[in-house]
Design a protein around this ligand. Structure first.
Ligand SMILES: Cc1ncc(COP(=O)(O)O)c(C=O)c1O
Length: 292
């Protein structure tokens, strides 16, 4: 495994001035203050973009979602030009690799300062070839919020990509206890939402459907790219509310995220789900070479 690369972003938000825009740092050295609000409260935002052969994937969409998360958390507006330059520099500083993950983080900073802290960490992530090839098993779990939570209770930050991912990790342990690899969240009123680190696409009634993103879920960058691929192949796509019982009659089901691309679900809640092999391969062939 090659060495990760760390860049701190100095001029990371509008109104926060710094002498330089970003700088490289030792990824093995301690850097974060114990009173940083990301450490003490999980208070901050992040994104993970894929970089294939040194080229960042869907970076505009990741930066837009980063800014959206910042706005939802009332964080200072990130200077996206500086972030993009820092991310590109960090990827370029990494030893060449087929697939890298570029994780970028902005925290609310050290308690009492009001000055955010930000960095980019580039590393070789896990392999996902097996998942793409053989599929995954998933279970549905209740997220405990209604599908309209983003409208009724925006302070719950559903739909922001915050650093508070303890729940997203806990549900994977629950999945493992149930003998499965991953989770599809269902709203408390019975609508399909997303995975803890992925978006969901269903093939149902001859069209490709994903839950509309006004239901307190993330707008998936990979799902958006997948829809563009499917449309270019002449398929119909749709964003809409998806009732949980529709999962029982799909002709294909995928969980998608930036470095995983499209992993077909082969089993859901103990029942076999058909793997649409040809379309899965077409999707991954396209997602694994798309550059923007
Ligand atoms: C909750 C959640 N939904 C969806 C996604 C998929 O987003 P993307 O395709 O942009 O990686 C992620 C990615 O980590 C996620 O954490």
């Amino acid at each position: 495994m090659s060495a990760p690369v760390l860049f701190f972003v100095d001029e990371l938000a509008e109104g926060v001035s710094a002498e330089q825009r970003f700088h490289q740092a030792d990824p093995d050295a301690p850097h974060i203050n114990v009173m940083d609000l990301s450490v003490t409260r999980g208070d901050g935002i992040f994104e993970t973009a894929g970089a294939q052969h040194g080229i960042l994937m869907a970076i505009d969409a990741h930066l837009a979602r980063f800014a959206h998360s910042a706005a939802m958390l009332d964080l200072p507006k990130p200077r996206l030009d500086v972030w993009q330059a820092a991310i590109e520099a960090a990827v370029a500083a990494h030893e060449p690799a087929d697939l890298l993950s570029a994780k970028f983080i902005m925290t609310r900073g050290i308690e009492g300062t009001g000055v955010p802290v930000g960095w980019v960490y580039v590393f070789e992530g896990d392999e996902h070839d097996g998942e793409r090839e053989h599929g995954i098993s998933a279970v549905t779990l209740d997220r405990g919020y209604r599908h309209d939570v983003a409208k009724t209770s925006p302070w719950l930050l559903q739909g922001a990509k915050t650093l508070s991912y303890a729940v997203n990790k806990a549900v994977l342990r629950e999945a493992a206890r149930r003998g499965a690899d991953d989770v599809i969240f269902i709203s408390s009123d019975g609508f399909v939402l997303e995975g803890p680190t992925s978006s969901v696409i269903l093939l149902i009634d001859g069209r490709f459907v994903t839950p509309s993103t006004d239901q307190g879920i993330l707008a998936g960058t990979t799902q958006a790219d997948a829809f563009a691929v499917l449309e270019s192949l002449g398929h119909e796509t749709e964003y809409r509310e998806v009732a949980a019982d529709e999962l029982g009659r799909v002709d294909g089901l995928w969980m998608l995220s930036s470095t995983r691309c499209a992993a077909p679900v082969r089993e859901l809640d103990g029942h076999a789900v058909p793997i649409a092999r040809e379309i899965t391969d077409q999707l991954n062939d396209a997602l694994l070479v798309r550059t923007k």
